[in-house]
Design a binder for this molecule. Structure first.
Ligand SMILES: NC(=O)c1ccc[n+]([C@@H]2O[C@H](COP(=O)([O-])OP(=O)(O)OC[C@H]3O[C@@H](n4cnc5c(N)ncnc54)[C@H](O)[C@@H]3O)[C@@H](O)[C@H]2O)c1
Length: 268
C-alpha cells in the first residue's frame, strides 16, 4: 500500500513505538490521528508534526473513544485507510495474577483490536479497501517468560489478526501483524519494573534483553512501514524470530525444552 495521502489512526501514539509510527507516517505523507490515554503527550507530538496530525485523548479500549477517533479522522482528513492497533501494556506475573489484572491486559492488548475492527470493517468492505495493523509481539508467536497475561494476550492478538486476514483478505482488507522482540520503550523498562510481581517481571525483562538486540522505536517503525508498503502479514523487526517460530512449529516439545533451559539460565 502506498502510504502517501492515506488517513491513519495510531493508538498509543503518545510514546514509544506508536509515537515513532505516527512520526514516520506523517513524514511519508499520511494524515494521522494520534490517540493515547496520555492526551498531553499525544497532543505535544501532534503539534510538532504540523497540520497532518491531530491528537485524541482517551482510553482506546472504550468503543465510544475509538468511535470518536474515527469521527475525528473523517472530519479532519477523510475516511480511515489504516488503523494501527498499537497501544498495549506489559508487566510480569503468572497464574497468580488477579482476574482484574488479566482483564486489564486483555482489554487493551486484544479487545481494543476487536472493537476497532467492529467499527471499521463495514466501511472498509463497502469501499473495498482498508488496512489493519496489529502490534502484537514475538511473545504472541513464541512466549514471554515471566508473564502469562502478556503471552496469552499477544497470542490472542496474533490470532485475531490472522482471523481478520483470512476472513476479509479477498474483499480488500489487508492485515499486518507486528511481532518484535525488545524495543527500547517505557513498556520494556517501566511496565515490567513497576509490576506487582517483581520476580516474574525481572525474568521477563532479562528474557527480552538477552534474547536479541533491543531496537529503537524508530527502527521498528521503519520496518513496520516497509512491511505495510509490501502488504506483508507477518512483520518481524527482529528477523531471528522467524527461525524461532519455525523451530517451535517443527518440534514443539524440543522448543519447550529449549525455553525451559533458557529460563533456568536466566534464573541461575
Ligand atoms: N517495548 C517492547 O519491547 C515491545 C516488544 C514487542 C511488542 N511491543 C508492543 O508494542 C506496543 C507499543 O508499546 P511500546 O513499547 O511503545 O510501549 P510504551 O509504553 O512506550 O507506549 C504505549 C503507549 O500506549 C498508551 N496506552 C496504554 N494503554 C492505553 C489505552 N488503554 N488507551 C490508549 N492508549 C494507551 C500509553 O499511554 C503509551 O503512550 C505494545 O502493544 C507492546 O505490547 C513492545
Amino acid at each position: 500500500m502506498e502510504i502517501s495521502g492515506r488517513v491513519a489512526i495510531v493508538t498509543g501514539a503518545g510514546a514509544g513505538l506508536g509515537a515513532a509510527l505516527a512520526s514516520r507516517l506523517v513524514a511519508a505523507g499520511a494524515r494521522v490521528v494520534l490517540a493515547d490515554l496520555d492526551g498531553e503527550s499525544a497532543a505535544a507530538l501532534a503539534r510538532t508534526l504540523g497540520s497532518s496530525a491531530v491528537a485524541v485523548a482517551g482510553d482506546m479500549t472504550d468503543e465510544t473513544v475509538i468511535r470518536a477517533s474515527i469521527e475525528r479522522a473523517e472530519a479532519d482528513f477523510g475516511p480511515v485507510d489504516l488503523y494501527f492497533a498499537n497501544a498495549g501494556v506489559g508487566g510480569g506475573g503468572g497464574e497468580a495474577t488477579t482476574d482484574q489484572e488479566w482483564a486489564a491486559t486483555l482489554e487493551i492488548n486484544v479487545m481494543a483490536h476487536v472493537r476497532a475492527a467492529r467499527l471499521l470493517v463495514p466501511g472498509w468492505l463497502e469501499r473495498g479497501n482498508g488496512y489493519f495493523v496489529s502490534t502484537a509481539s514475538a511473545a504472541g508467536l513464541l512466549t514471554q517468560l515471566g508473564s502469562a497475561p502478556y503471552s496469552v494476550s499477544k497470542h490472542a492478538a496474533v490470532g485475531f489478526a490472522e482471523w481478520l486476514s483470512v476472513t476479509y483478505g479477498d474483499r480488500g482488507i489487508r492485515v499486518s501483524c507486528v511481532c518484535p522482540m525488545g524495543v527500547d520503550t517505557q513498556l520494556l523498562y517501566g511496565d515490567f519494573a513497576s509490576s506487582r510481581y517483581p520476580a516474574e517481571a525481572e525474568l521477563a525483562m532479562k528474557a527480552v534483553t538477552s534474547a536479541g538486540p533491543v531496537l529503537s522505536p524508530d527502527r521498528v517503525a521503519e520496518v513496520v512501514l516497509a512491511g505495510v508498503a509490501d502488504e506483508r502479514f507477518l512483520i518481524l523487526p527482529h528477523p531471528e524470530v522467524s527461525k524461532m517460530f519455525q523451530q517451535k512449529g517443527s518440534d514443539y516439545d524440543r522448543w519447550l525444552h529449549g525455553m525451559r533451559r533458557f529460563q533456568a539460565s536466566l534464573l541461575a
